[in-house]
Design a protein around this ligand. Structure first.
Ligand SMILES: C[S@@+](CC[C@H](N)C(=O)[O-])C[C@H]1O[C@@H](n2cnc3c(N)ncnc32)[C@H](O)[C@@H]1O
Length: 187
């Protein structure tokens, strides 16, 4: 997505919440290895660059989005790929960001498993997404294409994070609790 409202929300609400989570837990990403999964046209990846990581990679399944990202931010590193099979090394990343992609993916549980695999032990997953009610609302009233098989409740979501092996360090729900942000640690 590449519209000004989406960018404003991403910078002033979603990214700000992640920054607060990191600060509260005394976590710095300076000099670290960071991934932006489902980066769309790359705006989130540009925001993450503020943390001064040593290595930062963004990817998305849509070649047209990655083309836009490369044009807008030629200094950053992007590739076309799926969160279900990233082909990235295991235990590579200190932090993985996920801005609003899992409600598009019927196999969202497999996506979380794959992101767990690529994180180092002690690394963190920062994930922001919509629950079943919010996905249904946006699909119905804004005609956005969210497959019903990808809908999840917050209980299903947090249970799966913990079953995968994550400790949930922080969580925040906004907009009638339909949008959630989470900071999760891979032990
Ligand atoms: C709502 S957009 C969010 C884009 C961006 N993260 C943002 O917050 O603006 C959902 C994104 O998920 C991507 N996506 C969907 N399925 C994916 C998959 N299996 N692997 C990687 N990206 C995927 C889409 O191509 C799209 O760019």
């Amino acid at each position: 997505m590449n519209n000004p409202i989406r960018k404003w929300l991403q910078k002033n609400i979603e990214f700000k919440t992640f920054k607060e989570f990191l600060d509260k837990n005394n976590l710095s990403l300076e000099g670290k290895v960071v991934l932006d999964a489902g980066c769309g046209s790359g705006y989130s990846t540009k925001l993450i660059q503020e943390f001064s990581p040593a290595e930062l990679i963004g990817f998305d399944i849509m070649p047209s989005q990655i083309e836009k990202a490369k044009q807008a931010y030629p200094e950053l590193n992007f590739f076309v790929g799926s969160v279900l099979e990233t082909h990235l090394d295991s235990d590579k990343f200190d932090a993985v960001f996920v801005f609003g992609i899992l409600h598009h993916i019927p196999q969202w549980k497999d996506a979380i498993t794959e992101l767990y695999r690529v994180l180092k032990s002690g690394g963190v997953l920062l994930v922001e997404d919509l629950n079943k009610d919010a996905s249904h609302f946006f699909a119905t009233y804004f005609k956005l294409d969210h497959p019903p098989e990808a809908y999840f409740t917050w209980d299903e979501f947090t249970n799966h994070l913990e079953e995968t092996g994550f400790d949930i360090l922080e969580q925040k729900r906004i907009i009638s609790k339909g949008v959630g942000s989470f900071l999760c640690l891979k032990n």
